[in-house]
Design a protein around this ligand. Sequence first.
Ligand SMILES: [Zn+2]
Ligand SMILES: [Zn+2]
Length: 161
Amino acid sequence: MSEVNLKCACGTVKEKTSAVSSKIGTGITCCCDSCQVFAQFLGQEGKVLDQYGGTDMLQIPVSYLTISQGKSEIACVRLSPKGMHRWYAKCCNTPIGNTFGAGGPFIGIIHSFIDKTTKSEVDLGKSRGHILTKFAKTPVPENLKGSSLNFNFRVVAKILS
Ligand SMILES: [Zn+2]
Ligand SMILES: [Zn+2]
């Protein structure tokens, strides 16, 4: 169990999580077109997207997040009327994460917002793999594919619990 420090590229926005573990946090790589558009919207596709166009993220309950500084620099955009709320640090266009509604209950924290110096110390288990791979820019090898069905069931189970 460990806390994860989060910060934007310029260091204005800082957040941290409560102690998370692989039981609470779920690592996934989302290949959907909307996540790709979000990275492009911020001009960060080179930093955010992997070779398949996937966005690596850590999904945790929103209640585990605390904003330490720079709250006024946090902005939110929706790329379509029913799209996810996509949060970013407007000081330097660092993507923060995605939520299904303004208030959670879960946030997918995008890897570029995770302070890499602390991430290595946190055991978050293995990523569940690439989901929504039909949107990937290049075919995702079978061994990297995660099951979005299982992923959805897990989310529902978490919400109900
Ligand atoms: Zn910043
Ligand atoms: Zn996505």
